[in-house]
Ligand binder design. Sequence first.
Ligand code: GDP
Length: 177
Amino acid sequence: DYDMQEKIDYVFKVVVIGDSAVGKTQILSRFAKNEFCFDSKSTIGVEFQTRTVTINEKVIKAQIWDTAGQERYRAVTSAYYRGALGAMLVYDITKRQSFDHVARWVEELRSHADSSIVIMLVGNKADLVDLRMVPTEDAVEFAEDQGLFFSETSALSGDNVESAFLKLLEEINRVVS
Ligand code: GDP
């Protein structure tokens, strides 16, 4: 409501990117609504979701954008990245190809987004332990090499989703203040 809005110190735009079906929409709804939707893709048409958190005594409204399936058509353009201070770059730990494409997504960010954008690399579906195809060490090495933050999450169980977003927002807060 109006009283809440008055107290907001910052609005941070964050984009969620990565190959199709890695769990971007589910990660977002886990963070924004603490929900996992088994009947997925119900969010088509929704451009962003928000959640307000307090970091270092600042009230921060995270405005988190989802591609709503458009990544399939490579229609994600500069408008999507415009003004973004952070990016969640998601791959699926059970799909090697989604990790192999991460370098391309980083390139896309470097060419379309602000150079100071904070990037969190996220290996999602960590609950599927028996199906793992991407060793944690490979991702750690890539992230260190590229200067990205890194976390493995499960949108299904909720593991690390909150901490990954909070870490990203904390780092953005450090950059802007
Ligand atoms: P998007 O295309 O990247 O937005 O991917 P979705 O969020 O639509 O998820 C794709 C599929 O993976 C759906 O069937 C989800 O239910 C499933 N999924 C998403 N996150 C997880 C997760 O953490 N664990 C498991 N086991 N399945 C997940």
